[in-house]
Design a protein around this ligand. Structure first.
Ligand SMILES: Nc1nc2c(ncn2[C@@H]2O[C@H](COP(=O)(O)OP(=O)(O)OP(=O)(O)O)[C@@H](O)[C@H]2O)c(=O)[nH]1
Ligand SMILES: [Zn+2]
Length: 205
């Protein structure tokens, strides 16, 4: 039996250390290849359904986690710090829920702590937890802000995301270079002009 026969049967063992992709997922990808105009039985495409299946598990890793777990460990030693904390221009990748096409951009995330201060990498982990799902940018922006608001109970949260949507640049209206900006401001960043101006200016807006 050739590799291809195995692949079609769906019982080709995954490479060591790689997750198995279920038969129905592989078959769906073969159908998509056929629909796109190519032949899923040609040599170069035989392993593609497994690769694509694994790639999508990786793009959508966020479904396997609750992003708020990253905010559970706070630092006592910096308790009492109540000035602005900003993580600026964090790169991320997501996929739009309309076309499953890449969304590539950066997020700036700020909060004004009251008592709870977290390791700064955790803000990027929260971002990734929501980005690695099928998303719309507005919802992702709001989810990140709400997660920080609920779990750190700060005086304010500000999230600004700037991203390019491949469904607009590589297909459809085809407007390369265009970026979408979204923001969610909560607490003092929403209510207080001076705090809002400070955070947006530090973010570079
Ligand atoms: N608001 C918002 N829209 C998005 C996002 N990602 C993709 N879209 C849009 O979702 C819309 C889906 O529109 P439809 O008319 O249902 O789909 P379509 O025919 O493929 O639309 P076109 O992209 O205009 O060709 C498009 O306007 C996309 O630009 C996002 O994160 N937020
Ligand atoms: Zn899209």
């Amino acid at each position: 039996m050739s590799d291809f026969d195995h692949a079609i049967d769906g019982d080709l063992d995954p490479l060591p250390g790689k997750i198995a992709v279920p038969d129905d997922v592989q078959e769906a990808i073969r159908t998509l290849i056929r629909w796109s105009g190519d032949d899923p039985t040609r040599e170069g495409l035989i392993d593609t359904p497994q690769r694509v299946g694994r790639a999508w598990k990786e793009y959508c890793q966020g479904y396997e986690e609750d992003p708020s777990v990253h905010l559970s460990r706070t630092f006592e030693e910096v308790g009492g710090y109540d000035e602005l904390v900003l993580l600026k221009d964090i790169p991320f990748q997501s996929h739009c829920e309309h076309h499953m096409a890449p969304i590539i951009g950066t997020a700036s995330i700020a909060y004004m702590p009251k008592e709870r201060v977290v390791g700064i990498s955790k803000l990027a982990r929260v971002l990734n937890g929501y980005a690695r799902r099928l998303q719309v940018q507005e919802r992702m922006t709001a989810e990140i802000a709400q997660c920080i608001w609920d779990h750190l109970q700060p005086s304010g949260v500000a999230v600004v995301i700037c991203a390019s949507h491949s469904c607009m640049t590589a297909r459809g209206v085809r407007t390369p270079g265009v970026r979408m900006m979204t923001s969610r401001l909560l607490g003092c960043f929403l209510d207080d002009d001076r705090s809002r101006k400070e955070v947006l200016s530090l973010m570079g807006y």
